[in-house]
Design a protein around this ligand. Sequence first.
Ligand code: HEM
Ligand code: NAG
Ligand code: NAG
Length: 510
Amino acid sequence: MLNIEISSWLLFCLLPLFLLFLISFIFTFRSSKESSSEQLPRSYPVIGSYLSVLANKDRLIQWTSDIVRSSPNLTFTLRRPLGYCQVYTANPATVQHILKSHFSVYEKGDIFRATLSDFLGDGIFNADGDKWKFQRQMSSHEFNTKSLRKYVETVVDTELSQRLIPILAAAAADKTVLDFQDILQRFAFDNICKIAFGYDPQYLLPSLPVAEFAVAFENATRISSDRFSSPFPLIWKIKRALNIGAEKKLSSAVRHVREFAQEIVKEKKQELKENSELESGDLLSRFLSSGHSDETFVTDIVISFILAGRDTTSAALTWFFWLVYSHPEVEKGILREIREKSESPLYDEVKDMTYTHASLCETMRLYPPVPSDTKEAAKDDVLPDGTVVRKGTRVTYHPYAMGRVEAEWGSDWGSFRPERWLERDAQSPGKWKFVAKDSYHYPVFQAGPRICLGKEFAFLQMQRVVAGVLRQFRVVPATQEGGAEPVFISYLTTKMKGGFPVRILERVIN
Ligand code: HEM
Ligand SMILES: *[C@@H]1O[C@H](CO)[C@@H](O)[C@H](O)[C@H]1NC(C)=O
Ligand SMILES: *[C@@H]1O[C@H](CO)[C@@H](O)[C@H](O)[C@H]1NC(C)=O
């Protein structure tokens, strides 16, 4: 009797108390958003820290970055619903551990693969084990040929001189405002489709057309990546089974992308059959003529390449042009370099653009195109700092946070300063020498066996764009005369929220 009374009394009192606690927690959390040093988020039974995640859903990268930077050993564990854990790290020793020395333990994993498999199939981006290894070997072989480099140069140059520059010249003459982020994405999309497929989607045209393939690809990427923010995968799986809501749109977008890609693969196969002498430079032709004829597989590979190359370089360039506008002394340095090199032939010009290269690295330190990247432990493990990792735990390395660690970059980590990547060349006075960071301290292109395959091409493309654009034009933000810092957001890759409206001015050569 007494017992029952006590327990109902307890329940009566404790339930409101618990609710009060929850509410006050949410409020303290709100106000603590302003403070610079983040505390480890509160965790509750069953839901873990889901409330904090929800409260920060539009700034997960910045929020987790603040926490990881103020955590001991630059590592913390986030409690996910239903007892799952996710470890975040900005510690180079741990990055080396997961990406290199214990590579076989830290895979893409089941969650990642299930989430993206409708879209990416077994493509390199979404594969582990032997399936990955095979594609990696084949791709890196095809990637490292001189003829592919030549082909990439031609593609980038054509897109630059026949599409980008004329559009900018027209905008300068008409004084129109352009969304430069959109323009750069279109540029990158045309480029990567030509390089991967030998197909020109004609996405960067003066009319800024809606290209169906590009839109379907964009939709498929966005909706697939939204699946990651669902609290339980079961939710999107049910929607998919019922073919409703976002999942219905996704399946239509994916069908579009795949049908389109398959059509291109078929045509290319036919072309190669009819003309075995054909010297097309694109990756698809290379894969097909090296004896891989399984259409689904080749399609998967090519879709992964488009995803990898599509929004990464455009994200880096968008932030680059904004940073360079707000740092006139850097712009001067780049211009000086462009003018010095403008006489030399293409490849050497790019190779020697040390200051521009440093400026791009510095941009991606602050705004990495892939701001965080997640692996899944295939078995129990212990990280170098002692953090215990159970099988199935996701471990996320965090380039965005790593570019902001004071111990790594000094107290001026917040300043955009390309010089931190340079030193005077002892051999030739007056010249700069580039000082690279190792990839565990700067994993912007990842590190270890799965390091980005397109890194060199990315720099080649970005440097060509920088030289081509800045030589002739000034890119001036159109909001509030330069205005406030744009808002950094991220799906799978980084974006500037709301785009990057700019005016283009012809540069007066002096
Ligand atoms: C600034 C530009 C770029 C950045 C910052 C970047 C960054 C990355 C990162 C972080 C990964 C690892 C992703 C993961 O495994 O979860 C990756 C993988 C990859 N990237 Fe890039 N990337 C860039 C441009 C490109 C371009 C232009 C291409 C293609 C031409 C490309 C091709 C690839 C491929 C094929 C992989 C998969 C490698 C593998 O799994 O073995 N990337 N990249
Ligand atoms: C892409 O998404 C937009 C907005 O949801 C939709 O209007 C459009 O029909 C979609 N297009 C394709 C090809 O998926
Ligand atoms: C982190 O570093 C401290 C020393 O700075 C150490 O005592 C601790 O065990 C480390 N590991 C974890 C998981 O906190």
